[in-house]
Design a protein around this ligand. Sequence first.
Ligand code: SF4
Length: 253
Amino acid sequence: MNAIELNARASATFGAKLDQTIALLKQAAQDYAPLSAGEAPLVSQASSLGAEDMVITHLINSLGLNIGIFVLETGQLHEQTLALLARLQASSRAKVKVFKPRAEAVLQFVAREGGQAMYQSIELRKACCQIRKMEPLERALAGKEAWITGLRREQSGARAEVPQVDHSDARRVKFNPLADWTWGDVWHFIGLHQIDYNPLHDHFYPSIGCAPCTRAVSLGEDFRSGRWWWEDEAAKECGLHVVQSDSLEKATA
Ligand code: SF4
């Protein structure tokens, strides 16, 4: 059984949710259009290449929206994820930009702390996320006034309050157009439109991040339980989606 067969189950209000998602994406493209012809739009989708993000990318492309897409290639992604990235770059109408960590910072960190540092302490795990994700994210978002994510309220307790439009970060607006979608909605839409997805989803990886920090989950386990599974629940966000106030330091704390 693949992930579509296993999960596709549209909720009763799916049609209304989809309409709202489309309206939000159109609003983002309109409100954050390029300042002049030939320039990049002021809004970008941050894609982890997970199921939700593939839905959003499909909508951006099929609606012909002028919204950029970026992927953080941490240097620790599964080969299946890298293969999906290559397919997406080849097929996407919207440009897919890839941001990698600074090689020197990675080399120094691994030389100092070792290749398994993320398992030693939360501080070292966050330091790795800072180098491989947060710093590249800052570069990806430089000059952007808005970004789009695939966050859903259902994903975890920490995400239960995710709004569709988040103004909590003074630097830029965050659109979460799938905030009220269920996992069943996501797979219903993927199946309906035959959207390409990471085959790891067929092997019980609901949430896919870096290879050392992601594992398959068992039936009934929490959606995010396969991420940083050796840590306490409260420490599980990587910093990308922690409520931000005025500094990156606070965001990753
Ligand atoms: S998820 Fe794991 S491997 Fe990836 S940046 Fe964070 S600690 Fe490093």
